[in-house]
Write a protein that binds this ligand. Structure first.
Ligand code: GLC
Length: 545
């Protein structure tokens, strides 16, 4: 392994496939669309793209319900198209990271169909988690586990003879039965799937629900309902972040390391702390993991600093690089989060989108947050549209919502569709160049997005897009940025200020009034104009010192 592998400080752009670019005019983003926009990504200055699931899928959860891991869904293109994309992206110097979904399959996967058809007691059921129900007629679920999307985590099956049958576990939607990772065939199959895609040139994988694979075999009841705030002692939750899951990844790491180049994994692991997260990226385990503590931090200096310190401390201790994430397809876009009073929140845990966000404020903070994120040691993720400053679309009508969360929560949680609206490329009206003219995007775009399109923002020095382009350009050329360490400077309780060697400083003002900048030779970039040489509130600056 090289001393400075690319993944230690890569900027990885998340392509939410359904909403990035529509090549064939059906209103749905696709592989042809990505291929036509590779020049945009190269010019933006990203090192890699992570593409949300492209496999054959009934799309009960936007592709996270996979029916065949070795086929591309016809909605998105063909296997040959995927191979061409990988090759063309590499031609532009962009690495490609697909999304792997190992916790569950689709209920239309051949294994699950076989399991249902085989009836109770059949060996095909052992690849999933089937159990008889409780109560005299077996009509109560085997335990009290809840689906992340709302409702219970068990669905009762009907036997081949039509009588009520066993129940199966699904931590997400009923169309997403959980696999049994104690089964050797499940383990072997996923290593084979990894090889299938590594053989086609992919540079790594994003691992979906990486903290969920292993369940307590006794399937005990949960002691407190979700959202109660109760935290299990580390490693003891019956189905999240159990220690044994690391055995699976040790095997995957060996597969990745058997390929030339630096193939990498990034874990989607929601853990309770940075030290639990560090276990996923220790030696011999995965390479990187999303830093959701950073994403969940309120916009306040003390909390941000403590997340940054915990991240660098815990990951540094195991030799892993940090990653920094502000948004993704599962969370409310950050200009909208930051446009509300600062709160700590977790998705699916009672975060309410109350009132109307102040998007002028939220956008100002998002600009500052981008400069903070891109100045910190390690790698960063940019969720498509974040570089355009897109807010959450909070007024989608009920009739267009597709996220299973909406229905399963009885409408209490409006779900994640507002972060997934197709992005605007050009023009004055929907589809803003997302689809060829005439096609309606799968989620409607707001009539107000003309000024947020790639074409509108290009060349406008005050736009979010040009801020990201400048920051990414500087980050590439500046020897202090990327992997490494930082040193905090004391700038008062509401200001984050740090230096990086050689000769770089980042200052972020989270107070209510302008502050003096530290002594410096040159202002490299600011997220908003200085006022009389001072740094205004909710503004960040990059300095040569
Ligand atoms: C992950 C994905 C999310 C999906 C879920 C179930 O959290 O990011 O979009 O719904 O897993 O696969």
């Amino acid at each position: 392994m090289s001393e400075n592998p690319w993944w230690r400080d890569a900027v990885i752009y998340q392509v939410y496939l359904r909403s990035f670019a529509d090549g064939n005019g059906d209103g749905m983003g696709d592989i042809a669309g990505i291929r036509s926009r590779l020049g945009y990504l190269r010019d933006l200055g990203v090192d890699a793209i992570w593409i949300n699931p492209w496999y054959r899928s009934p799309q009960a959860d936007a592709g996270y319900d996979v029916a065949d891991y070795r086929e591309i869904d016809p909605l998105f293109g063909t296997l040959e198209g995927a191979e061409r994309l990988i090759e063309e992206a590499h031609g532009h110097g962009i690495k490609v990271i697909p999304d792997l979904v190992p916790n569950h399959t689709s209920d239309q996967h051949a294994w699950f169909r076989e399991a249902l058809a085989g009836g109770p007691g059949g060996v095909a059921r052992e690849r999933y988690v089937f159990r008889p129900g409780r109560g005299p007629d077996g009509d109560e679920p085997p335990n009290n586990w809840e689906s992340v999307f709302g409702g219970r985590a068990w669905t009762r099956t009907t036997n081949p003879d039509g009588t009520p049958g066993e129940w199966y576990l699904h931590l997400f939607a009923p169309e997403q039965p959980d696999l049994n990772w104690a089964h050797p065939e499940v383990r072997a199959e996923f290593e084979s799937i990894l090889r299938f895609w590594f053989d086609r040139g992919v540079d790594g994988f994003r691992i979906d629900v990486a903290h969920g694979l292993i369940k307590d075999e006794e399937l005990p009841d949960l002691v407190a309902p979700r959202g109660s705030g109760y935290r299990y002692p580390a490693g003891t939750h019956p189905h999240w972040d159990r220690d044994e899951v690391l055995e699976v990844y040790a095997g995957w790491r060996k597969v990745a390391d058997s390929y030339p180049g630096e193939r990498k994994f990034v874990a989607e692991a929601w853990t309770d702390s940075a030290d639990r997260l560090a276990r996923y990226v220790r030696a011999g385990a995965l390479h990187t993991a999303f830093n959701f503590e950073f994403l969940q931090s309120p916009w306040r200096a003390a909390e941000l600093r403590s997340v940054i310190d915990a991240t660098l401390g815990n990951l540094g201790a195991v030799g892993a690089p940090a990653t920094w994430v502000l948004s993704n397809h599962d969370v409310t876009r950050h200009p909208s989060r930051y446009g509300r009073p600062p709160t700590t929140w977790r998705p699916n845990e009672g975060y309410q989108r109350t009132g109307t966000p102040d998007l002028v404020l939220g956008t100002r903070r998002a600009r500052a947050a981008a400069l903070l994120m891109l100045a910190l040691p390690g790698g960063a993720y940019v969720y498509q549209g974040e570089e355009l400053g897109l807010p959450e679309v909070e007024d989608l009508p009920d009739s267009v919502l597709q996220d299973p969360t909406f229905v399963r929560s009885g409408g209490a949680d409006r779900g994640r569709d507002g972060a997934r609206v197709p992005i605007p490329w050009s023009g004055d009206a929907p589809p803003y160049g997302f689809s060829p003219d005439g096609a309606s995007p799968w989620l409607p775009q707001p009539p107000t997005w003309a000024s947020l399109s790639v074409a509108a923002e290009t060349g406008d020095p005050d736009s979010m897009l040009e801020l990201y382009r400048s920051a990414l350009r500087l980050r590439r050329s500046h020897p202090a940025l990327g992997d490494g360490t930082l040193t905090w400077s004391d700038a008062g309780p509401d200001v984050l200020s740090f230096t990086r060697d050689p000769g770089f400083a980042c200052v972020l003002n989270l107070s209510d009034s302008p502050v003096e900048l530290p002594p410096h030779q040159e202002t490299l970039l600011t997220s908003a104009p200085l006022s009389g040489g001072r740094l205004p509130p909710d503004t960040a600056a990059w300095l040569r010192v």
